[in-house]
Design a protein. Sequence first.
Length: 75
Amino acid sequence: MRLILYQRDDCQLCDLALDVLAQARVPEFDSVFIDDDADLEARYGERVPVLRDDDSGTEVDWPFTEAAIIRLASR
């Protein structure tokens, strides 16, 4: 599984999402900042932070919980 956290620069919700990922002990994920990408901005602009399992295409919008991350990881 390849997890991607879509986020923005200077985003308090994104910082909270990072805390939840740490609590869930997610060992590895990619961070993608959408600020300078028009396509990603159009797709995720109002939704960030968004956690995506890139293998399955499953996305979890904020607010997500530690339990939601564990469910995503167990698919």
